[in-house]
Design a protein. Structure first.
Lengths: 230, 230, 230, 230
DNA sequence: GATGAATGAGGCTTCATTCAT
DNA sequence: CATGAATGAAGCCTCATTCAT
């Protein structure tokens, strides 16, 4: 196929790898957009390749199933989210504030980025949610806080489940254009962790600055492309 | 038309309606079983008719889409659930206890009835969940309790969302055979409603008697059939 | 089924035959209406039985296929048409006038009876057309006129074909709400029969009185029912 | 993307387009054959794909409905017909002769090509008929001739309707193996246009040379294939 | 005779997957 | 590697027909 093209093997390989990486990225981005619009079950391979502007056969050079590309999309989103949310959380603050700030930052990202909102709301726990983020970026955080007496005892799995499923409910409401009392949700999660009603409400009400995505953020770029095509 | 022979038409009509009702019920039961195994998106009409032992065409005499039969199944389950859970809840007890008992009864039903467990866990909020039950059998219950000062202020939609999505998480864990601390979940919900940590734990730990399904319960019968075929 | 109804055999039989005849008629009428709306290929047995208000099974007591009921409908229409058009044609007039009056009366019936119009236009040569009428009510009319020198020689089959297919074209235009120069069509047919241009135009322009359907005309009654349901 | 290997993409594209065009043609040809045998309403997609020897899915890569492939078939037939009939008509002859020659050539093509005959007869006005041909290849021809006094006044739509429906009647007779007096039909059409009986008969009787299909005519090829399979 | 529930063959459409170029 | 034509399995839906009551 590249016969007759007089490049060195090295060069071809390098070029190839770059190109390969780029095509893969294009497919991921395209998939995020399509999943955001149609959810997992409404999406077929054709939607993705058309959005990506590649041929059907190319898809199979990178992924085997539509679920595979969802996995890849999750990884991409994780990378972006970690960058965004980490900045919003001051690691010197008490655990309750860190949870509150993290949750609110996560929801704020979704509020400001329609693409991410629809993706997360539509895919639910198949998306990359806040509890995933927490588990991976601050492992052991909750149990340490419990041991330290900052939170009251609760099975770690349960609190993750409740934060994840609760956050998804919130996002789904936001997606549908309903008014959502985010502070009330955050306060509820803090009470689950053992804070008093008053403390939960107070901390949930603390001002939080919105996360600023980097200029070259894939999420930002994809959101722009996608919003334009809506 | 059959004037002069006044009974034959009635008789024929009665027979027809009985048969019709029976087939519809069969389809509903079959649908519950199939949904329990494969969820909504994994289920196709063929699965249902094969499980019900009727022809494909018969399905269309009763329903138009697979979603329609899911709606019908939900109605059936609601009927059964109301009967089961109502018995477990003493209406004279304080609101917190009623919530705690209701939640635990709901989860207990699922624990004892594998079919219902898988149906609910697999369908998530497309199933007939605890918050549906609460909303329909005791409308206004939560807001009254908030007004009465038994619970602390929280948007009603939020508490329903959290109970529903939380309960589904619990059921999903149970379905996967994981150990679940149901009392901890119930206590968490009570804290969301504003109870103190100690009160939440105490009430969640009160003994609750398991709901006893009636002998002719569709759920019981279907569960038996289904478990046998597993 | 009629056991216990103490009628004499004769009476039952007579009643039965009357009822039988009435049901058959109902099916025919219903079929005409449905064919008028959907044509032959768009019509299924269910449409007919629903329009007739009888059960699906009853259909099979009278007809085997949808084409059979069309045949029956044709017979009904023929009966009605013969009554209507015959009155409009004075048998003492010269052949050219008789043809002209007959054609115009036929088209006029369709113009005044939307049901018949749509039926004829939609079914085309599967309907009961003017040439059928001519062949059956005045056999040999054209060839006699040719022999008598009133018309010029032309194969009889050809003139029937042209009148039939031409009339259907006209009806189709009428059905679509287009303006149609009926006199021009009639004149064209007269020229086909050998009349000069001037004679053809003159005769086609003679005033013709619209056929008056009998009060108890099935076509009238069915048209009313049908128009009401449009 | 393939910038350094400028020929490979072009080559692939060319190959692809060739293949694509060939398959499309196969489907069209197959459709013509099937329509010729079964008419529009008797034909289903499966018949076409089986005749074409392609898979069911392939059909949908080219057409959406059976009507779409009929449209395509019509275009193919038009192309062929224009070539064939144009040759038979001397544009310097008087309008009446041009009409007469055109009609006779059209019918002659059908007489010599069983496939085209059955296609046209079976599809009627859904086929590509003589009046279509006339309208598209010589627009305004009739009205000019009327203005020039060569034909007598008649609504243009009417003359097209009569030529189309009349020609179809003729073809239907031919298809059924009946003897047809084509000259009489042509003469009748000329009289419709205002010619005298004698002139109409004389012009209709002029000798006309049979149209000669090109060697690579799709119609010829398809007719051979089809006749062999009858 | 009338009824309408049940049937299943037949046609439609989508879409994951393969493969020659 | 990329392409996109071809494939056919799998679902969907309609409707003529049968049959017990």
């Amino acid at each position: 196929m590249t016969k007759g093209c007089p490049n060195s093997l090295d060069h071809r390989t390098r070029i190839g790898q770059t190109r390969r990486e780029k095509t893969r990225e294009r497919l991921c981005e395209a998939a995020i957009m399509v999943f955001a619009e149609r959810g997992l079950n409404g999406t077929v391979i054709d939607h993705v390749v058309r959005q990506a502007g590649v041929s059907r056969g190319t898809f199979y050079n990178y992924f085997d199933t539509i679920e595979d590309v969802l996995d890849a999309a999750r990884v991409v989103l994780k990378r972006e989210l970690v960058l965004l949310v980490k900045d919003s959380v001051d690691f010197d603050r008490p655990p309750a504030e860190r949870v509150a700030f993290g949750l609110r930052a996560f929801i704020e990202v979704a509020r400001q980025n329609k693409l991410f909102l629809e993706f997360s709301a539509r895919l639910g726990h198949q998306s990359y949610s806040f509890s995933n983020l927490l588990k991976e970026t601050a492992p052991g955080f909750v149990s340490s806080a419990i041991e330290a007496g900052e939170f009251r005892p609760i099975p770690e799995g349960l609190i993750f489940d409740l934060m994840e499923s609760g956050a998804i409910s919130v996002l789904r409401r936001l997606m549908n254009g309903e008014a959502v009392d985010v502070a009330a949700f955050v306060a509820a999660m803090l009470r689950v962790l053992g804070l008093s009603y008053e403390a939960s409400v107070a901390i949930a009400a603390l001002p939080v600055e919105a996360p600023q995505p980097a200029e070259d953020s894939l999420l930002l770029r994809a959101n722009a492309t996608w919003s334009a095509s809506q």
